[in-house]
Design a binder for this molecule. Sequence first.
Ligand code: G6P
Length: 493
Amino acid sequence: MNTDRSGSATIETGQYDFVVVANRLPVDRVTNEDGSSGFRRAPGGLVTALHPIMSASSGAWVGWHGAVDETLEDFDNDGIHLVPVALSEADVELYYEGFSNSTLWPLYHDVIVPPEYHRTWWDAYKAINQRFADATLRVAAPGATVWVHDYQLQLVPRILRMARPDLKIGFFNHIPFPSMSLFAQLPWRTQILEGLAGADLVGFQRKDDADNFMNCLQNFTDYSIQGFEATPPFEHDTQNICTAAPHPISIDTSEVARLARDPQIIARAAQIRHELGNPKTVMLGVDRLDYTKGIRHRLKAYGELLSDQALQAGEVCLIQVASPSRENVGRYMQLRNQVELMVGQITGQHDTISHTTLRYLHHSYPLREMIALYLAADVLLVTALRDGMNLVAKEYVASHQDGRGVLVLSEFTGAADQLNDAVLVNPHDIAGMKRKIIAAVTMDEAEQSERMQRMIQHLEHNDVQHWSRHFLDDLNKLAETHRPTSPTKVSEV
Ligand code: G6P
């Protein structure tokens, strides 16, 4: 805070017209040839979509750089100004592993595992949200557009609004928003809702999520609700109207399609099948190793199909990529043990000396290798118990421009709202899922192609660029309608 000549306080502002705030910065640490360490742009839909907007204008990204107990100065990378937020070991334990991933994550995913409620975790969540907001306030120009992302930062919109009513504030929730009866459990439900309602626009993956948010606001705050608009009471300390809307995220469809035509990647796909012994059918699962993904349900169905001899060892192989995730959180350690026990049981029972029925890979892979795996797979199994969107399903479809391949997709993913030509399954219904897997394996080529082409068309029209453009256009319109004197237009950033 400064004091101007008249003696009244002025608020310091930054120079960036467009600021993204997310738990993680969009960069990976790399070691340079001379042994020094640096950063490289991380692959991923969000940064792909926003990069052109950020590098063409004055864009900054506020986020954690992933290292513990390390404070870094701001730096520029690949046309984006990066603002690293430091987290100590205790912050990671209480804010990231604790409140974000052991309270909110399970609560927002239908309490698949019981959420834990601890006041020390909540205190850390508040403090770290304040830290992200402070970093944002330092760099945001007057009238800037600020786009906050995901469940780790739900208090940030209100903190920004209180400090800087000039900002246009958007929030996008990448994960589901729970029904009112589940959200009711959260001891800090009102603070979280009011935190989000500081935004002009709160975007969700599905209409159901936006409905749930509005129901929660109606029941647990004093806001008055009309359709998808929430207005604070007259005496409230923030006075913005908050609008909720579905804005389903997508992928960089043309880039995935381009990679899928790359001769090296096509050759790699053939090599993968060859190295598996050229089975008649290759099935694939690709997930973070997370209990929301339904990996155990998938393995149960697959193991039973082998035992029933509906699928034959030697003719079929399931590749399961399970990338390491949140490895210090108890429920994730437990899941890894359960999955690895099941993998051992299936391979022990069904493998032969020459063929494996299940190739389990506890690694993450670069995008090129992922596309080769998609191309190698006749069937992709997405059996999540609850998933905000599931971009793996969309990448698989976009890779199969040739019309081959079948997507088996859980009804409980956001993607199922859009990819309704997939073979939809209820992962809780093991018998039903087994029947659908067999239908997928035996689907004739004409039907595969019809379904795939319709889904590809959808993704061509609804890619991640379309998603970010529409969100920012809506945010701009809403902020202008509700506060006509705003100085900056999003389209100008
Ligand atoms: C989900 C969340 C993201 C998160 C990602 C990876 O997709 O919506 O916010 O970044 O998982 O999880 P991690 O805990 O490693 O950031």
